[in-house]
Design a protein around this ligand. Structure first.
Ligand SMILES: C[S@@+](CC[C@H](N)C(=O)[O-])C[C@H]1O[C@@H](n2cnc3c(N)ncnc32)[C@H](O)[C@@H]1O
Length: 337
């Protein structure tokens, strides 16, 4: 059976790409081989054009219970094809599955819970998600099955992140973004992270790089979880994290400038001028924009750079689809001088 021989540091993004392309063979386990990882792939022409060596070897099969099966295929036993069309993407955060149950499936909650438990036997809670509320971006949840809690420890990118979904914002879908930024950062950098939440960006970057991070958060409960997270990961972190409780708009003017600023800006808040002002070499600025407004965001950033006397290169990339035709984007702003 075929496997791709991929350098270890590239293994995670390549694996994600293979999954997106339906080329990853989830029935077999990957294997470490020195500085490389052998990733199991399916027989398909496309595996030869990915730029990695393709080997033919027997990677061990996963035990049956670990074989990846998606929710739709499991629920096909119990829901009609029409009902299956309404199944939405869901998240597993630690041992909590977070689902959306559209009105068409309200009466089928028990089957959805059954399906989720089959696909993820370790989950202890199934929670139905509502909308993000207020400046702290906390969602409304109702627990539809399991233990009555929304607190858990989520693992991603080699760190543990304690979250309480009823008290603080956390988005597991930004795992790839956090990994991307951690790869861009160089040892020795001083980094500022406003709107830091329970510290997922800070932890992942400090896990991989020997840096000094200053993070700022206004939600007291997120701040306290963040402090716990620093302790929880202390032994794994190469970098240092200083965490400030306070309002970004009051705290940042008192802080010095940094090599890099990462702003996971809450929706509806404009912190562009403030965060750019604190950045010496890089600003990564997250925002929510309509597909046809991406050019305007780029122009706005270039304009702000000119106002601040900075020579900037701006690249805007789509990170995720927030709603049809509206994207969460990240503007990577490189400050040349
Ligand atoms: C979109 S969330 C991002 C959180 C975190 N970076 C993450 O990715 O999980 C924005 C965060 O900014 C915080 N926040 C909102 N307004 C703030 C302000 N004026 N000063 C500091 N933090 C603020 C919210 O409490 C929330 O945790």
């Amino acid at each position: 059976m075929p496997a791709l021989r991929v350098p270890r540091r590239e293994a995670e993004p390549v694996k994600r790409r293979l999954k997106r392309l339906n080329l990853y063979d989830g029935k077999r386990r990957p294997k470490r081989e020195g500085d490389f990882v052998l990733l199991p792939v399916v027989e398909d022409e496309r595996i030869h054009s990915l730029g990695y060596e393709v080997l033919s070897l027997e990677l061990p099969l996963r035990p049956e219970r670990q074989i990846y099966r998606n929710l739709e295929s499991v629920l096909a036993e119990r829901l009609t094809p029409e009902e299956l069309k309404h199944i939405r993407r869901y998240d597993v955060i630690g041992d909590i599955a977070v689902v959306q149950i559209p009105p068409e499936l309200e009466g089928r909650t028990a089957e959805i819970v059954w399906g989720l438990r089959k696909v993820h036997p370790f989950i202890k809670v199934v929670a139905k998600k509502g909308f993000h509320e207020g400046a702290f971006r906390i969602r409304e949840y109702s627990i539809v099955w399991g233990e009555k809690r929304l607190e858990t420890v989520h693992r991603e990118n080699g760190v543990g992140v304690k979250v309480d979904l009823s008290k603080a914002f956390f988005n597991p879908r930004m795992k790839g973004e956090r990994y991307r930024l951690a790869q861009l950062v160089k040892d020795g950098e001083r980094i500022l992270i406003p709107f830091a939440g329970v510290l997922p960006y800070a932890l992942v970057i400090a896990r991989y790089k020997k840096v000094r991070i200053t993070a700022v958060e206004l939600n007291k409960e997120a701040y306290e979880l963040g402090l716990e997270n620093i302790e929880l990961n202390r032994k794994r972190l190469r970098g240092e994290i200083e965490f400030i409780y306070g309002d970004v708009f009051k705290v940042l003017p008192e802080l010095p400038t940094y090599d890099r600023v990462i702003s996971p800006t809450p929706k509806g808040i404009d912190a562009l001028a403030l965060t750019l002002n604190k950045a010496e070499r890089w600003l990564h600025y997250y925002d929510f924009v309509g597909e046809d407004k991406i050019v305007d965001l780029r122009r706005r950033i270039t304009g702000e750079c000119a106002l601040q006397g900075k020579d900037c290169e701006v690249r805007v990339k789509k990170v995720s689809e927030f709603k049809p035709h509206v994207f969460k984007v990240c503007a990577d702003v490189r400050i040349l001088g």
